[in-house]
Ligand binder design. Sequence first.
Ligand code: ATR
Length: 279
Amino acid sequence: MLRITGKTDVYGIFGFPVKHSLSPLMQTAAFEALGIDAVYVPFEVNPDNLGGAVSGLRAMNIKGINVTVPLKEKIVPFLDRIDEVAAFLGAVNTVKNENGVLSGYNTDGDGFVDSLEEEGVDVRGKTVLLIGAGGSGKAVAFALLKRGAGRVIIANRTLDRAVALSEKLKSYGDVEAISLEDVERVLSSADLIVNTTSVGMRETDPPLFDYEVIPPSVVVVDIIYKPFKTELLKVAEGKGAKIINGLGMLVHQGARAFRIWTGKEPPVDVMKRVILEQL
Ligand code: ATR
């Protein structure tokens, strides 16, 4: 049972809204599993109050936080240091407080690639068809290239955004931007298809492209985990493709945050189990 004392360290998550977040459950379970005297709580931070909330981390010696929508970009100017990944992305999902010095990190993209590795999928040399050019797409594309993907084809509804993202990424590897309408043209060259858009969260969402043309040889990944199996994953599975949902990314971005804060190996299985029980 959770036992809070005067020595208990405080961690948390900033979001607006934050009620839906599974991180408090997952991180608290991780602290408990390792016998670390710490709690992790949700902080509903209105974007207008973000500066005050960040000052509060220093003032109250809160040891670390995760940051979620819509604060990931907005928090950057309030921090003292930003690591290379977060600087490139212009977005932070993890903050560590060391004696009032706040360092920002972004574990989303690497958490994504970790989740593929856990499923036995090696991205090195692979061609990835990545759908979406928003914040999630950027984090995932950057991590894929940094971890050795051979080629990333970014397909987006708004072609200009895909082009802009590919320009930013081109010094890190082989990147191409295409319009969503052209997805079917490149499907046969892809080893992996990754959906980083919000399409599929609602049952009424129209498909991104004709999923029936997905070949069985491809690995299909959706960063959505609610629903657990999106229409994209359902159809891909029916076609014989290997499918991976966003649960692993959620767990592994959290695992990396845990490692940054504690320096300890995160209990990934425990973290995954408590989320599975909740979903
Ligand atoms: P996030 O930070 O979660 O990635 P975002 O920056 O708002 O959110 O990006 C959302 C992504 O989903 C974008 O690539 C967006 O495409 P556009 O750039 O054309 O807006 C994509 N997206 C959202 N709804 C979509 C839809 N109905 N069809 C196709 N793409 C969609």
